[in-house]
Design a protein around this ligand. Structure first.
Ligand SMILES: *Cc1c(COP(=O)(O)O)cnc(C)c1O
Length: 421
């Protein structure tokens, strides 16, 4: 193994920078979101911090996928990325279905008007209450173990019901270089591919309506080649397993994994290779799995760039040569931006001063939150215009895994607000 070392004599290599955030316009020195100036929005909200999500940015992202990907491919929204009811309602209206991971998410999905026939329910630890709610709603239940299959069969036995089920498969391949691997090797998610044939044999005798497979490999991938390879492997595995199925495969969820740029050096995912490789895969699926509906499930890709987190500078503090901007927002509202939601080495999310967009970045600062913990960091050593108390510190790429993925009660500060524009 070789360990990369930094060559201290080389000064030529520029520091990696964040991809430019072009989803929101700038006017009069101020960031614009949902057609209004951020400073006016902050006044209307009445207090900071808040999350603001732009529905037009979400729609544009869905539109981009629709234009590039084959029309027969169904796009689902994986609600755990952002379960705000207004966001779910918006996405239910422009996607082909929703993927939920708890009875609570299912309730929001149904209240958003989503068609239960186009909802699927995944999750490695479904409670009896989860299964009961899923059966009552008539959604597809992604079975994550043989035991769960038997529990569900026992739950409905004698009631004349045959809930629709898919088997979530833990594939025998990995999604390479994924930000978050969720398949391949030993995993708590799904059933190991090699055990699926036997499980399907047992399923055939149970009061369950087998519809197909759910094969989700991982999350936050920015390498199109890796996604293309995983999708090819996914179709191949589904066809192999379909040979052991009690009924023809009518539904195949091929996962997603499309990533978004968060950190310096990361670039927007190039969709072209994915768009080019899917038509032949879908054509093969039409031959081998005739009539099967093919679903791609996306969470962050649909919502991350549409959201910002906005907090306010409270204090400027100097300490031994460094400048700290202390804000009223932080880890308790936005765990991911603080670096504590799965990052190994902490990296900065893209940030800006939303009310000083035209001012040059002339100082290097650390942006921290109000919590008494050194983990409460929003940005380390970033170049920003000179900030004053009252300025609006904006964290971009905050539409996914923000509000709902943060420990909002930690230190008992007020919770952030949320608005969909
Ligand atoms: C979390 C999750 C998703 C969404 O992942 P993103 O990276 O947000 O696209 C999709 N499917 C399943 C099964 C998940 O667990």
């Amino acid at each position: 193994m070789t360990i990369a070392t930094t060559d201290s004599t080389s000064t030529a290599r520029p520091r990696p920078r964040h991809a430019s955030m072009t989803q929101f316009a700038v006017a009069d020195n101020c960031l614009q979101i949902g057609g209004r100036a951020l400073s006016a929005l902050a006044d209307e909200m009445g207090r900071t911090p808040f999350y603001a999500y732009d529905s037009a940015v979400m729609s544009a992202q869905v539109q981009r996928l629709r234009e590039l990907l084959p029309p027969e491919l169904h796009l689902h929204y994986a609600m755990k990325a952002n379960p705000m009811p207004a966001v779910v309602r918006h996405l239910a209206g422009i996607t082909d279905g929703l993927d939920v991971a708890s009875a609570g998410e299912l309730e929001v999905a149904l209240a958003a008007g989503a068609d239960p026939r186009a909802i699927s329910f995944a999750g490695p630890g479904k409670s009896t209450a989860d299964l009961t709610a899923a059966v009552a709603a008539g959604v597809i239940i992604n079975l994550e173990s043989e035991h769960e299959m038997r529990r569900l069969a026992a739950l409905v036995s004698g009631r004349g019901e045959r809930p629709r089920v898919a088997v979530r498969v833990n594939p025998d391949f990995e999604l390479k270089t994924s930000g978050m691997k969720m398949a391949g090797g030993a995993k708590p998610f799904g059933v190991d591919a090699e055990r699926v044939p036997q499980m399907l044999g047992e399923l055939a005798s149970l009061p369950l309506d087998f519809v197909g497979f759910h094969i989700f490999c991982g999350s936050q991938n920015l390498r199109p080649e890796a996604i293309v390879e995983a999708q090819a492997n996914t179709f191949e595995l589904a066809v192999r397993l379909a040979g052991c199925a009690p009924q023809p495969v009518r539904w195949l969820n091929i996962g997603g994994g499309l990533g978004v740029p968060y950190f310096p050096g990361e670039r927007e995912l190039d969709l072209q290779p994915i768009a080019a490789s899917l038509p032949p895969l879908l054509a093969a699926a039409r031959e081998e799995l005739p009539g099967a509906e093919i679903v791609m499930e996306l969470g962050r890709y649909l919502v991350a760039a549409a959201g910002i987190y906005v907090c306010e500078v409270l204090e400027r503090k100097q300490s031994r040569g460094e400048t700290f901007l202390i804000t009223n927002g932080g880890l308790h509202h936005h765990l991911a931006a603080s670096g504590n939601f799965g990052q190994v080495l902490r990296k900065n999310y893209p940030v800006c001063l939303g009310n000083r967009m035209a001012s040059p970045a002339t100082e290097i600062v650390n942006v921290v939150g109000p919590l008494c913990t050194p983990l409460d960091i929003l940005a380390e050593k970033v170049e920003l215009p000179v900030a004053e108390p009252g300025d609006l510190l904006v964290v971009y790429q905050s539409g996914a895994y923000g509000y709902s993925a943060s420990p909002r009660d930690f230190l008992s500060h007020p919770h952030p607000l949320e608005i969909l524009l």
